[in-house]
Design a protein around this ligand. Structure first.
Ligand SMILES: Cc1cc2nc3c(=O)[nH]c(=O)nc-3n(C[C@H](O)[C@H](O)[C@H](O)COP(=O)(O)OP(=O)(O)OC[C@H]3O[C@@H](n4cnc5c(N)ncnc54)[C@H](O)[C@@H]3O)c2cc1C
Length: 346
């Protein structure tokens, strides 16, 4: 029987990784991508979790190393009033700009014979047999009376005390990490009350933090690369189950984990990796589509349910102003708390 082709809608990390995995198994794949490569994306660019194993399995870890991925071994937490010393990360992470990473994966997908349609948004809502939704987060304007938005820019002239710095404040959090090319990624997730303007104009002020805060001091001499600035709004952080989706989904199209965990990209890689076997079996005519879709959804839910629950709790704590100082103290002094929070959210 002929190998049936697969169409992936969305050429972000999940879509491209799945495309590469399927091409490695000889399945014909077309990826539709609304944007183009390379381009900057709103992302902390800190990759942590089991997704690194998926990358290794698909031979992509080496690709990212060659692209300049920077190892991260320490993290430090700060609130407006408290600073914690750096701690070792319980497991190694890597940092790489999305500008470089998405492009490297796109080149690899094409090298393996995949068809990549850039600047082509697929408009029909058909996600039937052979079509995968890898379209990223689902936009939602408000959640519990708040609007979430994310900002990102690369900067130079920033000296960090740890490979990853997390700065929490009543309006959200900002992560700083070194990426390839000597730049520091400055990425924040913020919330505003419903009814406020969707996106603030003064993005530098939001990223620099309040006057006198450790974040503001850290970025005092920062020189932002204006061309790297990007923003997203309409973020929903309510956990969803893959089995509840009618379509065959991977990555943020299933659900988005709070960015504070630095695990969203890992989930994109992991879900793509888990999709390869059932989709190859469908493509070879060994199982029907509904079985492939259900097998993938079950695997994703089994792998992600616990970390989504922990991440929701951690995010809530981080955004409660009265708990932020306590959290920074716990992370800096309590080995058990730090390890548990880290391990359970990945
Ligand atoms: C503020 C913030 C900080 C973050 N920081 C981190 C971090 O430090 N570490 C981490 O691991 N994760 C982080 N994340 C999460 C991470 O960015 C996502 O989990 C990851 O990008 C998901 O990959 P994806 O492929 O599912 O989606 P995406 O990377 O969003 O890709 C989806 C693609 O689909 C395309 N698309 C959408 N609709 C269509 C269509 N109809 N037709 C064609 N193409 C379409 C889009 O153009 C896009 O390229 C962060 C997120 C935010 C918002």
């Amino acid at each position: 029987m002929a190998t049936k082709p697969i169409t992936i809608v969305g050429g972000g990390l999940a879509g491209l990784t799945l495309g590469i995995g399927l091409r490695q198994r000889g399945v014909p794949v077309t990826v539709w991508e609304a944007g183009h490569y390379p381009r900057h994306r709103v992302c902390g660019e800190f990759i942590s979790g089991h997704g690194q194993e998926t990358l290794s399995r698909l031979g992509l870890r080496e690709l990212l190393t060659r692209a300049g991925a920077v190892n991260a071994a320490t993290a430090a937490f700060f609130s407006a009033a408290q600073s914690a010393p750096p701690r070792s990360l319980p497991a190694r992470a890597i940092c790489l700009s999305r500008f470089t990473m998405d492009h490297a994966l796109a080149v690899e997908f094409r090298r393996l014979g995949g068809e990549l349609r850039e600047d082509q948004r697929r408009r029909d809502g058909d996600f039937g047999e052979g079509i995968i939704r890898a379209t990223g987060r689902r936009a939602q304007t408000e959640e519990n009376g708040s609007r979430w938005f994310g900002l990102k820019a690369h900067a130079r002239n920033v000296v960090l005390t740890a490979d990853l710095e997390m700065h929490v404040s009543p309006r959200g959090y900002v992560g700083l990490c070194r990426v390839n090319g000597g730049a520091v990624n400055v990425c924040g997730l913020f919330r505003r009350r419903a009814g406020a303007e969707v996106m603030p104009q003064n993005w530098r002020e939001w990223l620099r933090g309040e006057a006198g805060s450790p974040l503001n001091q850290r970025l005092a001499a920062a020189e932002f690369d204006e061309s790297s600035f990007c923003a997203v709004a309409g973020i929903s952080l309510r956990p969803q189950r893959a089995a509840a989706r009618a379509e065959c989904c991977i990555g943020d199209a299933i659900t988005m984990i709070p960015p504070v965990t630095g695990n969203g990209m890992s989930m994109a890689f992991e879900s793509a990796g888990m999709a390869v076997e059932p989709l190859v079996a469908w493509s070879h005519g060994e199982i029907p589509w509904v079985q492939a879709r259900q097998a993938l959804a079950c695997r994703c839910d089994a792998a992600f349910a616990r970390r989504l629950a922990w991440a929701k709790w951690l995010q809530r704590m981080m955004l409660t102003p009265s708990l932020q100082g306590v959290l920074v103290r716990f992370v800096s002094r309590g080995e058990w708390f730090w390890r548990t929070a880290f391990e359970r959210t990945r």
